[in-house]
Design a protein around this ligand. Structure first.
Ligand code: AAT
Length: 277
């Protein structure tokens, strides 16, 4: 480990560790759930770390937040009620808020410290909270879903950390069953589903579970994020039984210059072509 550098070391990617040069450590704290750190890097802007794992950097967060949000929301007509699990930084909320059909955005993040730190150090990400359609719930996503009435949501986005620590259950079958219950017929889920280069065993399990639970369609998509392990990260995008959803051909395109461009900035990564690809 080089002095003055951050190296991302984890048993989930043995034998490799991506490193970023640290200019300055801005925050270090311990929440009830995890260690939280923010530092200024020399080439990726500010970086948010949870338990030693990179959650986002200012430079490349767009490639993750835009894809995990618009892959599901651009695949269905007029999404109205959306639930985000995790995503305490607010970046997914920022992206959901670009959809004018949305009436309600619920978010359930387990760790209040992630929310507070994001508002303090990542204002262009946490801007997602500044939308009156947002309802914040601080708690465990697994418990939250158990109390959601059947058929409530058009879309559920699971912006989850890796399956070591508080997010472990978010990768397990009972959780996917409760998401399916919370979705309307033909509703969609998009969940963080790790890297095709590192986690085939995890992906195989998720795919097998989703094939049993989501009777509409089951797909795997991926995007490039240079600061995530192996430089790519994937998503499971599935729909429940009901009106058919064709995730490969978005029917609800988002305008590159949408009405929120002024406050949220323009889309930087997502468009219909990259969605289909
Ligand atoms: N958008 C940034 C990317 C993330 S953040 C994942 C979030 O999930 C964290 O804020 C974490 O506190 C929250 N979280 C973890 N477990 C739960 C839970 N059980 N219920 C609700 N929220 C939870 C993902 C980064 C991916 C990293 C890839 N290596």
């Amino acid at each position: 480990i080089l002095p003055g550098w951050f190296s991302e070391i984890s048993p989930l990617w043995p034998g490799e560790a991506h490193s970023l040069k640290v200019e300055k450590i801005l925050f270090q704290g311990k929440s009830d759930y995890q260690n939280v750190m923010v530092f200024q890097s020399s080439t990726y802007g500010k970086v948010l770390i949870l338990d030693g794992v990179i959650q986002l950097t200012e430079r490349d967060e767009c490639a993750y937040q835009e894809m995990i949000t618009h892959l599901p929301l651009c695949s269905i007509p007029n999404p109205r009620k959306v639930l985000v699990i995790g995503g305490g930084d607010g970046g997914v909320l920022r992206e959901v808020s670009r959809h004018s059909s949305v009436e309600q955005m619920d978010i359930c993040e387990i760790d209040k410290m992630v929310i507070d730190v994001s508002k303090q150090f990542f204002p262009n990400v946490a801007i997602g909270y500044e939308d009156p359609r947002v309802k914040l719930h601080v708690g465990d996503g697994v418990a939250f879903l158990k109390n959601v009435p059947e058929g409530t949501y058009d879309a559920v986005i699971v912006d989850s950390s890796d399956p070591i620590g508080p997010a472990q259950e978010l990768f397990e079958k009972p959780f996917f069953e409760s998401v399916a219950r919370a979705l309307r017929p033909g509703g969609v889920i998009c969940t963080q589903a790790e890297s095709i280069w590192l986690h085939m065993h995890i992906i195989e399990d998720i795919v097998a579970n989703c094939r049993q639970i989501f009777k509409g369609s089951v797909n795997y998509a991926w995007t490039t994020v240079p600061t995530y392990p192996s430089g790519v990260i994937g998503f499971m995008v599935c729909s429940t039984e009901g009106p058919a959803v064709d995730f490969k051909n978005p029917i609800n395109p988002i305008d590159a210059d949408d009405s929120h461009t002024k406050t949220r900035g323009p889309l930087k990564f997502y468009n219909s072509e990259i969605h289909s690809a």
